[in-house]
Design a protein around this ligand. Structure first.
Ligand code: AR6
Length: 176
């Protein structure tokens, strides 16, 4: 594969429900039955079809991911993943990396090429955003290095501060 994997990573500030990509990723909980934050925004925007599909799937373990359609949203699919509730334990980074990797594996399994992520676990689940950005970007970079099928991974950050943290982390891993 020619070119650097980080060239296929894009960072922007915005609302992920507006992204017209093959899949947006939802920072869900293991019940898949909805919640606040980005999960609430996705179900509000997408309508009841997404929740019906989530109910039929029946749940998702922390660090794993499942896929549904995207209802009325402009994206084609929603990949629901469950990040860790931050405990300041060694497992946190392992589970967060797994949430990103499994989401990309599910995208690949379905032939999807463009994927948008929110900042998983850094809202209600309390993961410090600087640390989470490092794990998120390194995991995505490693996946893209090994898989040429995914053309674009876009991180859609809700705040200017979060975008700045992700920019910092991306420039660090691009140098390294
Ligand atoms: N677009 C992009 N990012 C958003 C949006 C949006 N529309 N809305 C919020 N964010 P959180 P978590 C950002 O709490 O920490 C839910 O109740 C938000 O500012 O959504 O993984 C679930 O059901 C933050 O930066 O997810 C779970 O119970 C980031 O998305 C629990 O919260 C993640 O914050 C999951 O917690």
């Amino acid at each position: 594969m020619t070119g650097r994997a980080t060239d296929r990573i894009d960072l922007k500030r915005g609302d992920i429900t507006a992204e017209a990509v093959d899949a947006i990723v939802n920072a869900a909980n293991s019940t898949l039955l909805g919640g606040g934050g980005v999960d609430g925004a996705i179900h509000r925007g997408g309508g009841p079809q997404i929740l019906d599909e989530c109910r039929a799937i029946g749940g998702c373990a922390t660090g794993d991911a499942v896929i549904t359609t995207a209802g009325r949203l402009p994206a084609r699919h929603v990949i629901h993943t469950v990040g860790p509730i931050y405990r300041d334990a060694p497992d946190d980074a392992v589970l967060l990396a797994s949430a990103y990797r499994r989401s990309l594996e599910v995208a690949s399994e379905h032939g999807l090429r463009t994927v948008a992520f929110p900042s998983i676990s850094t809202g209600a689940y309390g993961y410090p955003v600087g640390d989470a950005a490092q794990v998120a970007l390194a995991t995505v970079r490693d996946y893209l290095d090994a898989h040429s099928d995914i053309e674009l991974v876009r991180f859609v950050l809700f705040s200017a501060d979060d975008l700045a943290m992700y920019r910092d982390a991306l420039s660090r891993i691009s140098r390294g």
